[in-house]
Ligand binder design. Structure first.
Ligand SMILES: [Zn+2]
Length: 146
């Protein structure tokens, strides 16, 4: 099982590098291992730096739907600013209120190497923004308004 890196490990605050070959076997294996780790910790999302890899990859799993985002780019944030408690597997047991826009449009590469653009709202939009922040080395303690 992959170990989850916790704060204040400096890996968590380093910006991540793009993945040159999203369909590499090594990436596929990493996604499988990250999925197991996320589920073992009951996470709604997990980003590669949280398991010690500074690469642009994160997962979300909301309502039993697993999504994999490789080299994601946020294209638009919109909707109402919404305040809600967030948790983070790198901060065990800590929950903090964070204000985020309710809607996100995101472009990414999927596990078959295809480019996709999706729009999300609600909890998925929040999870996407939280995990995307990890790729920029931004942690939710910097976003909280409490
Ligand atoms: Zn997190």
């Amino acid at each position: 099982m992959l170990e989850i890196i916790t704060y204040p490990n400096p890996i968590l605050t380093k910006p991540c590098q793009p993945i040159a070959n999203p369909t590499d076997l090594e990436i596929k294996q990493l996604i499988t291992d990250m999925t197991k780790a996320m589920r073992a910790h009951d996470g709604l999302g997990l980003a590669a730096p949280q398991i010690g890899k500074n690469i642009r990859l994160f997962l979300t799993e909301i309502d039993h739907e697993l999504m994999v985002f490789i080299n994601p780019e946020i294209q638009k944030l919109s909707g109402k600013d919404t305040r809600a408690e967030e948790g983070c597997l790198s901060f065990p047991g800590q929950y903090l209120p964070v204000v985020r826009p309710d809607k996100v449009k995101i472009k990414f590469t999927d596990t078959s190497g295809q480019k996709q653009i999706i729009k999300a709202n609600g909890l998925l939009a929040r999870a996407i923004q939280h995990e995307f922040d990890h790729l920029e080395g931004i942690l939710f303690i910097e976003r909280t308004d409490s």
